[in-house]
Write a protein that binds this ligand. Structure first.
Ligand SMILES: Nc1nc2c(ncn2[C@@H]2O[C@H](COP(=O)(O)OP(=O)(O)OP(=O)(O)O)[C@@H](O)[C@H]2O)c(=O)[nH]1
Ligand SMILES: [Mg+2]
Length: 303
């Protein structure tokens, strides 16, 4: 039987809904999602099979004007994500594009400029259409189609799934002949240890605010099975300042407890067995300059 396979990079400004879309296309949670920008830090592959075609979606960090080393490494990882792919999906938050000039519109403009500079073609994915009326969307499509970058446009809601089947069908129809890259039952390329760290980081992003999510990272430090066959997972939350530790802990340890409980619950579901989760908070001023921290995240460190 002849098979087909395609690599599809999913890029866009922070918070456009890239990870939500990849999860929707794969039909499982492979990448964490939060309301905050810069949630995804490294490339994550999610795999879907449709008939004879295997589609490998590459979720990427949002592209923005980076300041810190971590930001620069994330943005570099996103651009590397479009190398050697068959398709590029540029995900745009339609609602924020129509709300007038913002960081998000600036980032999207910058991405369009870079795609043009590279002579790359992309599929425009206008996301979050559940929040907008159609006439407004048509105006936005007209505005964006002046850029000679898009080979096609799809209107979707990654959140409720509207339009996603059409987008997937289009990619399946155009997927080139090729061997499958992953076993049929594999949904993503990230290890269980990294996935577990990501799930906890999602809870950190959800429960902590201002600069704290951006000044922290989570690593899985131990992974063992208890005598009863339950998973015992130990993780460290690195923060960069002593003053952050009490915030992560919360009054009487309540915040850390809530983070741990939410993560433990989800990890038990993901791994299909009871999980005991132990979280430890470590102050490490320079973690964002340590190669080992980037390695754990699956990110190449840049200067
Ligand atoms: N209403 C609505 N919200 C959406 C939709 N897609 C994503 N969101 C929300 O938008 C926010 C950001 O979603 P993510 O999938 O994390 O966005 P991202 O582009 O991966 O963000 P970064 O990883 O930070 O670059 C979350 O609160 C999502 O629930 C959509 O179709 N409709
Ligand atoms: Mg993301």
């Amino acid at each position: 039987m002849s098979r087909r396979s395609a690599f599809i990079a999913v890029i866009g400004a922070p918070n456009a809904g890239k990870s939500t879309l990849v999860n929707r296309l794969v039909g499982a949670k492979v990448s964490i999602v939060t309301r905050k920008v810069q949630t995804t830090r490294a490339r994550i592959r999610g795999v879907a099979i449709e008939g004879d075609a295997q589609l490998v979606f590459i979720d990427t960090p949002g592209i923005f004007a980076p300041r810190r080393r971590l930001d620069r490494s994330m943005v570099a990882a996103a651009w590397e994500g479009i190398e050697d792919v068959d398709f590029i999906l540029l995900v745009v938050d339609a609602q924020s594009m129509l709300a007038g000039p913002s960081k998000s519109t600036e980032d999207t403009d910058r991405i369009l400029d870079e795609l043009k500079r590279r002579g790359a073609k992309a599929i425009l994915v206008l996301n979050k259409i559940d929040r907008l009326a159609r006439p407004k969307l048509l105006k936005l499509i007209a505005e964006l189609s002046v850029h000679d970058v898009f080979e096609n446009t799809f209107l979707v809601s990654a959140e409720n799934g509207d339009g996603v089947a059409d987008l997937k069908g289009y990619i399946v129809g155009k997927a080139p002949a090729g061997e499958w890259m992953y076993p049929e039952d594999q949904l993503s390329d990230i290890s269980d240890r990294l996935m577990a760290a990501e799930v906890t980081r999602e809870k950190v992003f959800t429960r902590l605010h201002q600069e704290l999510p951006y000044q922290s990272t989570v690593e899985t430090t131990a992974w063992t099975r208890t005598g009863k066959g339950e998973l015992r997972i130990e993780q460290t939350i690195f923060v960069s300042r002593e003053s952050h530790r009490p915030i992560v802990l919360g009054k009487g340890g309540q915040t850390l407890k809530a983070i741990g409980e939410a993560s433990r619950k989800e990890l038990s579901e993901i791994f299909g067995e009871p999980v005991h989760l132990f979280l430890n908070v470590t102050v490490r001023e320079g973690w964002a300059d340590e190669a080992a921290r980037y390695r754990e995240m699956g990110l190449d460190i840049v200067d």
